[in-house]
Design a protein around this ligand. Structure first.
Ligand SMILES: [Zn+2]
Length: 646
């Protein structure tokens, strides 16, 4: 089907594994999908945007066990964190699917049964090396490390040999059909470089794929063979079907299937561009249009990973800068197909230069002048001169170019074009010197024309920015006196001169504050790493202010070093009526083990902070030496846990 003539648009993110807490990588994929889906809505499409969580598998089973929880409790907890981050990031998904939903489980079993009846799934015996951490069988060309051991090329952990009865998917039968698909639909995998990787992977030959395990209990069981549970990828990939109504809402399913784009990280491309279309071919489903494997964000030029401890926590950035600057930076800095480097310097530069200076100042100046010179209502317009015409014509050109770029998922290019235009509006304003014209009463109509023209341009700019920065775009739109929501204005109908000159301009507030890099770097890394800060002379507080602090005797229940950090320790403490998790920079002085069972003082009502991606729900008191190492005052005499300290 021709994508441009289709009335509906179905976009997905991967479903995120609940063994991880949401980080910048998840945020990136989801922000891309959100921007594309908002653009498609402006372009008049009926959009369905699916995201969700992948909740089965051995890893979840194990980590839940370690935490003394049921797997579903662990999943529920992580799902909450994903949903709360999506809310903060202004993600407009239509449905959040969880693979533990009954209707998903039922759908997966049906699909399994269906493929089994067709002969594409059969029972056999698998011998191979399995990486528990990645939940993946290693491919045979991975060399032996020593007898009976291989090293997983993805995570570097040891993979043991397993042999077990299981079900296979007849992937080998789909090699030619997949190559034919790549031939016929060259945009099936994007960007182009990744299509080449996938094609050469398939050309090397495909082996049948083991899709069940007998040792995993936390999973969807195989119909009529409850000893076996369905391997996580067969379970997870099918969310794209069950999430759009397959098996429970025929109308929904029929109006949206097949997906227009699966937006994913490049690391899971093989699953989406080889296994997934093969599963779908086996089930006679129409195939997705495009699988887009985006690049990764590196932190200071190295890959972010839990073990390195350099994973960026989006919450810290959001708290400090707000949602739109983060969305803007991630989408503006790099083409989505390539890797990007996240540095605070780069981020703050974009905030200050693009947002605060170029755009923020333009909004502020224009609206302030309209209010100052015309009481917020532009009166009779003077003639449209050649500069004005050129500003209007450039807008028309911008409109079609921006639409092309958005259609092509080149969001960074769309933003680049918009900024070129913003700068030409800034130049138009500087060249026409409205502040000088304002001194001459005979130039009133000319002044009105210039400010009107600028307001028209701003209105259009805010419209184009809406997919990337929905909140700020709507603010500009509102300041200009528009009374509708941006998404109600359709892209094909958008015209430069649609702006009505006589509406009332609202008093603008600054949208993008400037950030001082030195200030930021001075505070942020220390706050983020939980390092003690030195204070100068303190002012006095009253006894009442002191009483506001809930200081208590706490007992340390467990303590472990935070991986990838030098001095952080994660502690669990009993504070009397509940348990709290804390993070403290004390590993220089104490071995985590020696802390267990000790009693010390904590502030129980300090607002929680996220330190190194871990929520710290209380703070222990410690003395800090000149070199920054901490010494904790422990109770020598016994005292009941939870006792008040005053
Ligand atoms: Zn692995």
């Amino acid at each position: 089907m021709d994508e441009r003539h289709k009335k509906t648009f179905y976009i997905t993110t991967p479903i995120y594994y609940v063994n991880d807490v949401p980080h910048i990588g998840h945020a990136y994929t989801t922000i891309i999908a959100d921007a594309i889906s908002r653009y498609k809505k402006l372009d008049g499409k009926k959009v369905f945007f699916l995201t969700g969580t992948d909740e089965h598998g051995q890893k979840i089973e194990k980590s839940a066990q370690e935490k003394g929880m049921e797997p579903i409790e662990l999943a529920d907890r992580v799902v909450k964190r994903f949903k709360s981050l999506w809310k903060k990031l202004n993600i407009s998904y239509d449905y959040f699917i969880r693979t533990t939903e009954k209707r998903h489980e039922k759908g997966v079993q049906e699909l399994f049964q269906n493929l089994k009846e067709k002969g594409d799934i059969y029972k056999g015996e698998y011998k191979g090396y399995y990486c528990v951490s990645c939940e993946n069988f290693l491919s045979e060309d991975v060399p032996l490390e020593k007898e009976g051991h291989k090293i997983c090329p993805d995570c570097g952990k040891e993979a043991g040999k397993v042999s077990e009865k299981c079900y296979f998917f007849r992937l080998s039968a789909y090699q030619d059909k997949l190559l034919e698909l790549y031939e016929k639909k060259p945009l099936f995998v994007r960007p182009q470089s990744r299509m080449n990787e996938i094609r050469s992977f398939v050309e090397k030959g495909l082996k049948d794929l083991s899709i069940t395990r007998s040792t995993v209990k936390w999973g969807i069981s195989v119909p009529d063979d409850p000893e076996q549970s369905i391997y996580v990828w067969f379970d997870a990939l099918n969310n794209y079907l069950t999430g759009i109504g397959y098996g429970w809402n025929k109308d929904l399913y029929q109006s949206f299937w097949p997906p227009d784009i699966h937006m994913i990280g490049k690391d899971i491309l093989r699953f989406h561009a080889v296994y997934w279309p093969a599963f779908l071919m086996a089930g006679d489903f129409p195939l997705p249009q495009t699988v887009y494997g985006h690049g990764w964000w590196l932190k200071d030029k190295t890959k972010m990973s839990k073990s390195k401890g350099n994973v960026l926590d989006p919450h810290i950035i959001l708290k400090r800068f707000g949602t739109d600057p983060l969305r803007y930076f991630l989408l503006r800095e790099i083409p989505i197909g390539l890797d990007g480097n996240f540095s605070h310097e780069g981020f703050i530069h974009r905030c200050n230069s693009d947002l605060a200076n170029d755009l923020g100042n333009l909004v502020q100046r224009t609206l302030t002048m309209i209010r100052k010179y015309f009481d917020g209502n532009i009166p009779t317009l003077g003639e449209e001169l050649s500069d004005d015409i050129s500003l209007r014509k450039r807008f028309d050109a911008l409109k079609s170019r921006v639409a092309d770029f958005y259609d092509n998922h080149s969001i960074n290019k769309a933003l680049e074009e918009i900024w070129t235009y913003i700068n030409s509006v800034n130049k138009y304003l500087a060249d026409s010197e409205p502040w000088s014209l304002a001194k001459d009463e005979t130039q009133k109509e000319r002044l009105a024309r210039i400010l009107y023209q600028t307001a028209c341009a701003l209105r259009g700019i805010s419209y184009f920015l809406y997919p990337v920065m929905p909140e700020s775009a709507q603010k500009i739109w509102d300041f200009l006196g528009e009374e509708t929501k941006i998404e109600q204005a359709s892209l094909p109908d958008l015209k430069f001169e649609d702006y009505k000159a006589y509406r009332e301009i609202l008093k603008p507030e600054p949208i993008f504050p400037r950030v001082d890099l030195k200030d930021f770097l001075k505070d942020e890394p220390k706050a983020a790493q939980g390092e003690p800060k030195k204070e100068g002379k303190m002012s006095q507080i009253s006894f009442n202010e002191f009483k506001k602090m809930d200081l208590r005797v706490a007992e340390i229940l467990s303590a472990e070093k935070v991986e990838g950090t030098r001095k952080l320790v994660k502690l669990e403490a009993d504070i009397g009526d509940e348990k709290r998790q804390m993070v403290a920079g004390i590993a220089d002085t104490y071995e985590p083990e020696e802390l267990v069972g000790k009693k010390l003082v904590v502030i129980a009502n300090l607002e929680p902070a996220t330190i190194h991606g871990i929520e710290s729900q209380a703070m222990l008191l410690a003395g800090v030496k000149e070199d920054g190492t901490a010494v904790i005052p422990f109770f020598v005499e016994d005292i009941p846990t939870g006792s008040k300290v005053q």
